[in-house]
Design a protein around this ligand. Structure first.
Ligand code: UD1
Length: 380
């Protein structure tokens, strides 16, 4: 039987963790010729290259190198360059993951060239159409042929808007496949010296923070209010803040560098401070947050990963497209209310948190389930 050619597309940092377990499972199947396409939406070593090396993904077969720009520029650049390789290399299937600009851009090209479109992490909805990712989710799901969902609510969202239930497959969460895989391999020797030193120098509780959403970092008043609240918390315990390039640029542009401290270079004891550092690779960050008393974040993936490890997570957004992390998991939404953020954080630091469990099928085998559904679709 002729193998089906499947393009697996990734563009931005959170995509790389999602394609890793899928590519591993699909490479082991006789049914597929898997081609990895990196759009180049993210391009810095710490935002892109390091992930391919440490997540055990082979090098991309294509890199479109689109880089940064406005939403229209970025989306259009991916479309033009992705169309070229699709016209030359004619995929049977195109698989997109998540909700970034590369997701919708590659999806549109695929459908117009007659390939079947597969969306992994389909059906998630925040209900907030001011989020660029929500538009990407809605538009991608409107043209998808085969949907893979991470939680039952996502399946319900799709079915209630008219998707054929036979095309929607609840398979669990590839982000968690990757987490378990990496945890199994994580040794102190795999992390950078700087990160190992930082962890050793903290005795007792600490918080890990990520913050990069436009809603938190693009408006100077909002960003300053968040940094002020986080700064107060950082007076109690160290807050480790690997800082996304978007946030880093805005903190400096708005004159807010005074809220940040430098992590120690040569050890010593660290008892406090909003410790800002460049973005970290996957293992470096995992090595830190897996032992944190609390994670504060506006990322989607980290809400899920903390839920899988049952670590208290506070989400600094008004909503989440991943409600299962709140309903059964360790996640709590506080919005941009600094006082609430502080009060809830102190609760977590004192060990008082809500009871939580790991959602259904978040067991490390979603990539294999996806592969077996697709084998079925190809008649294997
Ligand atoms: C994108 C995704 C977001 C995801 C985030 C993870 C969209 C609409 N948003 O947002 O869902 O949570 O990635 O990081 O697709 N930059 C660099 N180096 C890089 C990449 C970006 O310096 O390697 C800087 C550039 O100044 C760029 C800015 O970061 O303009 C924002 O990058 P962009 O890809 O536009 O969006 P993100 O905020 O990263």
């Amino acid at each position: 039987m002729k193998k089906k050619k499947i393009f697996v597309v990734a563009g931005a940092r959170p995509n790389f963790m999602k394609i890793a377990p899928i590519v591993r499972a699909m490479d082991a199947s006789p049914a597929f010729e898997t081609v990895i396409v990196h759009t180049g939406q993210h391009y810095d070593h710490n935002m892109s290259g390091s992930f391919f090396a440490e997540l055990g993904i082979r090098r991309p077969d294509h890199n479109l190198e689109v880089g940064s720009g406005t939403h229209a520029f970025q989306t259009a650049s991916v479309m033009m360059k992705f169309e070229e390789i699709c016209l030359t290399d004619r995929p049977d299937y195109v698989m997109v993951v998540g909700d970034v600009n590369s997701t919708i851009a590659a999806g549109l090209v695929a459908k117009k060239l007659g390939a079947s479109l597969i969306h992994v992490e389909a059906g998630l909805r925040s209900g907030d159409r001011l989020m660029p990712e929500e538009i990407n989710r809605l538009a991608t799901d409107a043209i998808t042929d085969i949907f893979f969902t991470t939680e039952k609510g996502a399946t319900a969202n799709l079915v209630s808007t008219g998707c054929d239930p036979g095309r929607v497959h609840f398979v669990g969460n590839v982000m968690i496949d990757n987490l378990f895989y990496q945890l199994g391999r994580l040794e102190a020797s795999a992390v950078s010296g700087e990160v190992a030193t930082l962890k050793q120098s903290i005795r007792g509780n600490y918080i890990c923070l990520t913050m990069h959403r436009p809603s938190n970092v693009d408006n100077p008043e909002v960003l300053e209010a968040m940094l002020a609240a986080l700064g107060d918390l950082a007076g109690e315990v160290p807050v480790i803040f690997p800082c996304h390039p978007r946030s880093r640029k805005n903190i400096t542009r708005f004159g807010l560098d005074g809220y940040l401290s430098e992590p120690p270079i040569n050890g010593g004891t660290v008892k406090e401070g909003l410790l800002c550092m460049p973005p970290l690779g996957y293992n470096d960050f995992l090595y830190l947050w897996k032992d944190a008393a609390l994670v504060i974040t506006d990322s989607g993936g980290l809400q899920e990963e903390t839920t899988a490890l049952e670590i208290p997570c506070i989400t600094i957004r008004e909503n989440t497209e991943r409600p299962v992390t709140v309903e059964v998991g360790s996640n709590l939404i506080v919005g941009s209310d600094g006082e609430r953020l502080k009060a809830e954080s102190l609760k977590a630091l004192s060990g008082r948190w809500k009871p939580c469990t790991v959602p259904e099928l978040w067991d490390g085998h979603a990539g294999e389930r996806i592969t077996s559904v697709l084998e079925g679709a190809c008649g294997i």
